[in-house]
Write a protein that binds this ligand. Structure first.
Ligand SMILES: Nc1ncnc2c1ncn2[C@@H]1O[C@H](COP(=O)(O)OP(=O)(O)OP(=O)(O)O)[C@@H](O)[C@H]1O
Ligand SMILES: [Mg+2]
Length: 257
């Protein structure tokens, strides 16, 4: 049975006062301006905020896909800035699962080969068992040999999530994972993510614009202009109206993105 890594005592994710600046025209955009966020084992955190508030930049910083200008990102206690390119790539493979809105599957490979792609061959028979378990858990066994073009959006996202889990990561990071899906299929993906937290003790960070998606998380971190604006508790209510209202209150007079 695929279980989360339990050897490390460190919390899965600790973002400390992270700053990321981009030059734009003659000025500098502070995409992140001192953001902090930590995620406990078995916690599901959503990140909300208006377009341009820094959500994707934060997720990319958590994944070590961009260098930050100040602050630290620790994954399972490891400061990502202390790793050179090669070790960072291996660390990312072993500790971080990343899912994007656009699935990013390889079209010429079957669903199964897409899932297997990041896994080191040294896993051998253990890898076969993990692949079987993921297909079973995600209800995708009958689609195993299909290529992405023959799968629905929801099925492709399931395969992308399975691929992100193949190395048993410490934390799963998802950037608008339901953003390309209709609401029924999006809800199925949310249920699947929730199940990974509730029944496997996984830790998840998910970026979303949608209250009916964010409500699946335990806690919602609201960003504004690259800073922490508010933290909302969902208390397991799964109530989109309450989340939308809390979010709007947090944003004050601003229009909801
Ligand atoms: N590679 C880059 N080069 C220059 N500016 C960037 C880059 N990436 C992001 N930015 C800027 O940083 C800010 C935050 O961008 P980011 O993509 O994190 O926003 P977001 O909250 O994910 O928005 P959206 O909801 O539209 O996806 C924006 O002002 C954006 O223009
Ligand atoms: Mg974004």
């Amino acid at each position: 049975m695929l279980q989360t890594k339990s050897s490390s005592q460190a919390i899965p994710l600790d973002v400390q006062q992270v700053v990321k600046k981009y030059p734009q025209g003659g000025t500098v955009v502070h995409a992140l301006d001192g953001v902090s966020l930590s995620v406990e084992p078995g916690e599901f955190v959503a990140i909300m905020g208006a377009s341009g508030s820094g959500k994707s930049t934060l997720l990319h910083a958590m994944a070590g896909l961009i260098d930050v200008d100040a602050g630290r990102v620790l994954v399972a206690g490891q400061d990502l800035s202390q790793l050179a390119d090669g070790p960072l790539t291996r660390f990312r493979r072993d500790n971080l699962g990343i899912v994007f809105q656009a699935y990013n599957l390889i079209p010429s490979l079957s669903a199964e080969d897409n899932i297997r792609l990041p896994a080191p061959k040294s896993l051998g028979k253990q890898l076969d068992a993990t692949v079987d378990e993921l297909f079973e858990r995600f209800g995708m066994t009958a689609r195993r040999h299909h290529k992405p073009g023959a799968l629905s959006g929801g099925e492709q996202q399931r395969i992308a999530i399975a691929r992100a889990l193949i190395c048993n990561p410490t934390i799963l990071l998802a950037d608008e994972p339901t953003g390309s899906l209709d609401s029924v299929t999006g809800t199925q993906i949310c249920e699947l993510l929730r199940d990974l937290v509730d029944n496997q003790g996984r830790s998840i960070v998910m970026v979303t614009h949608e209250p009916h998606v964010a409500m699946w998380a335990d806690r919602i971190c609201v960003l504004k202009d690259g800073t922490n604006l508010a933290e909302l508790q969902t208390d397991g209510r799964r109530d989109p109206q309450t989340v939308a209202q809390q979010y709007q209150e947090a944003l004050g007079a601003e229009t909801v993105a």
